[in-house]
Structures are given as structure tokens and as C-alpha cells.
Design a protein around this ligand. Sequence first.
Ligand code: KIV
Ligand code: ZN
Length: 518
Amino acid sequence: MTKDRVLIFDTTLRDGEQSPGATMTHDEKLEIADMLDEMGVDIIEAGFPIASEGDFRAVSEIAERARSATICGLARANYKDIDRCWEAVKHARSPRIHTFIGTSPLHRAIPNLTQDEMAQRIHDTVSHARNLCDNIQWSPMDATRTEHDYLCRVVEIAIKAGATTINIPDTVGYTAPVESADLIRMLLERVPGADEIIFATHCHNDLGMATANALAAVAGGARQIECTINGLGERAGNTALEEVVMALKVRGDIMPYQTRVDTTKIMAISRRVATVSGFAVQFNKAIVGKNAFAHESGIHQDGMLKNAETFEIMRPADVGLAASSLPLGKHSGRAALRAKLKDLGFDLADNQLNDLFVRFKDLADRKKEVYDDDIIALVGLNDSVEDHLKLKHLRVVCGTDGPQTADLTLEVDGKDQSVHATGDGPVDSAFNAVKALFPHSARLQLYQVHAVTEGTDAQATVSVRLEEEGRIATGQSADTDTVVASVKAYINALNRLIVRRTKSAPGEDVKGVSYKDA
Ligand code: KIV
Ligand code: ZN
């Protein structure tokens, strides 16, 4: 192995699966193992064969089907565990036994072994494992809280007994980057035979430093990173595979180390692990979170549209994503709205865009995310009609007992007028109020409500068709409040009727919709 090569050891199926609630079925484990193998992970820790029949079966099957990765099983420091582990991995093209024991004062106290007794146990178990398999990994659990002299002593014993990889676990996520690097450096300097084996780093994320600690250990001389997809693992999880691999890829200038991982497969496996483990990925998770390649603020969207490198250090395609997303929301600016409209096939003049932008901001203030369909609905409502009637205020009271009431203020040809009306339901009372303020003989031919987008904050688009003396006028409006959308659509249709009264002959259709493609 060249000096700049870093092995990726994935333990999603062992440490990851061990985290409470993340249990996977047999078939799911095989599927994840296949994906890991396919993406170029060097070593897959497939499980803990002594733990259960299920674990044994999964490790054995993964060992048999793996095409390129080394398949590893975990075993405590006793012969029974090690034999069972060997039984499970032995059919792999490249098998490995990983055996461990807790070496810090707190962990030595559990089996109640003296330092010498533990040293003897390490010698015996590693030798036993090495007699079965020539690829042995040994871990002093809680290494980062183990006295340095004792750590050096037991690492030397394990190497002499035949370990080919020494893993230095930060079992409780206690170390920090500088210390993580120094610890590996110290072991390389002090332990005889250390340059003959590979040092691995296995970091937990209790203080949020797992990725930084793993990379620091590499700077200190480690050449194997243990990690999991999405950072799954005990408590706060492990180093996330996607983070270390992408950090090495993007910052090769200061971390000149190579992995064999095909990074374009990252998103697919991240999604699959999230689904099968039931552990959803947080939106702002590095590399694989929903927002990792999403830009909402106006300045960022504008920059992205001009040159993606202004706000992106990786290309979405590098991790297997089709494209960055520029979700429209309240922080988006005109440039993003114009780009979105262009994508949707709308070509608006500047004054139309300005008008639409005001309505878009108003909507975005009330909705978390503005979807394409919301924009289409807004554009559809953007054509201008001279407004004889304008909605100024509406308050509707609904309930299970008593009539529904509406307090409405309309501006009618420049003058505010208010009324209180009742009706059979909130929409009926609001429509009655409109009729009281602007008496007319138009008949309501159609009243339709559509939820344009998902969620309880979805916009409702309301269509209202009125008929008066053979003239038909259709009005539309969208709002997150269905009654408000209804009244606006009603008023929109009335405004069109008023225009038609003066400009057209009876029977001519008037539509308040102007979608470019409709
Ligand atoms: O965190 C840890 O110490 C482990 C060992 C079994 C390597 O997972
Ligand atoms: Zn662990």
C-alpha cells in the first residue's frame, strides 16, 4: 500500500446497526453490504457473529458474496468469540477477524484484570486469531483514555502476536483533533514494529468531532478510517463515511490521501441506509442532508445562478445528486424568481416580474417553501384587470353552533365600505358580504378549490365562474387561506364582469387566467 492511500473501513452493519432502534433485516444487511462493496469500500465490518444466529448468518452470507471488499467480523477477547467469527468470515475472498478488549482503567475494571493479566489475555487471543486467519485487527477499546505507557505496551504485544492492523478507538468521543493526531504519532514513534502494521482510527461523535478527529489521526499517520454511512452508530454515532471521503477529495491540497470510494454512489447508499435503519438524515447534515446542496437566500441564489462555485465547494454530481436545488422561499430574490419562471416556461416583462415578485414575497412569508405549482398559480393570477373592487379586510367566524359570519371591507371604486353578513358556512357568508357591498345579478356557475401544493400550509387555488346576461367571467386566486382565496377569486371575476359590461357584447367569455402555456 502506498503511503498516501487511506483504507476505508465501514462499520455501518456492526457499530451502526448496534445503535438503539437501527436494527436491519437480513436482506437489508445484504443489500447495504453489496452497495458498500460496489462503491469501493476496502473493508466491511459485517457484524458481530457471536451476538446472535442472525448476525452470524448475515456475516457469513456477506462474506460469501463480497466481490472486492475484505469482510470482517467482530469478536471479544476470548476463543469462543474468535472461533465463531472465523466460522462466519472464512469463506470470504479476503477475510479479517477484528478482536478487541477495553484497556483504559475504567474498562480494565470490568473483567477485573490486572495490567499483566490483560496483557497476557491480549497475547493469547491475538495469537489464537492469527493461527486461524492472516488478517487480524486488534482494538484497545477506549484507547484515548488509556495510559500512554500501557497503551504502547499492549499495542506492542498485539503486533508481536500477529495483529496486522491496530485500531485506536475513541470509544466515548472524548478526544480532540490535536490529541488524536499526537496519539497515533506517539504510537508510531514508541512502539517497536509499529511501522510494519496499519494504524486505524475509530471515532465516536459525542462532542461532534468524529470527522475532525479521524482526519487528524490520518495526519498523525493512521491509514485506515473506520466510519459509517450517515454517521450511524452508538449514541451520537461514528465518523460519517461521506464526510471523510469528501473531505479528502475536496481538500486534497492539504490532505493528500486517496481512497478507492466512488463518491457518486454516496447519495444512493445514504438514502437506503436512512430508509432501512429508520434514522432519517437531518436536513443540514454535511454532504447528504436535504439542504446540503440547496440555496435559498437571495444573495446565494443570485451567486449560484452566475457561478455555482461561489457557494459550492463540491459539485452535486460528485456525490450522486443530479443538481443543486434553489428552493424558493422568503429569502429568495428577483434573480431566482426570474430563473424559476424561465425554467417553467414563463417569459415575463420587467413590470410583470416586479408585480409577481411582490405577490411571491407575500406568499413566501406565509409558506415555508414555495413550490413550482405555487409559482404557476401566481403567474396565472398576474394579468392585470382594472380593479373596481379590492379586498381590504375580511374576518370570518366559523364554528359548530350558530350561523357563520363575515365582516368584510371592500374598496369599491376608491371608497372603503364595510358590512357584516351571515351565511351557510364561511364561504357563503363571505360571498353574501361581497354581494351586500356590490349588489349584482351575476350567477355563480362554478366554485372550485384545489390544493396546489403539499402540507397544511398549502396554497388553495380557487376558481369562480360568474354568468350575467350571457357574459361569463372567470376569476382565480390563490392563498394559504381558502376563504380569502375564495373571496379574492369572486372579486376577480366581478372585476372582469364589470370590464365586460362596458367593453364586450353579451356572451363573450372572459377568463382571469393567463398561463403562457394554458
Ligand atoms: O467504539 C469502540 O471502541 C468499538 C470497538 C469495538 C472497536 O466499536
Ligand atoms: Zn465504536
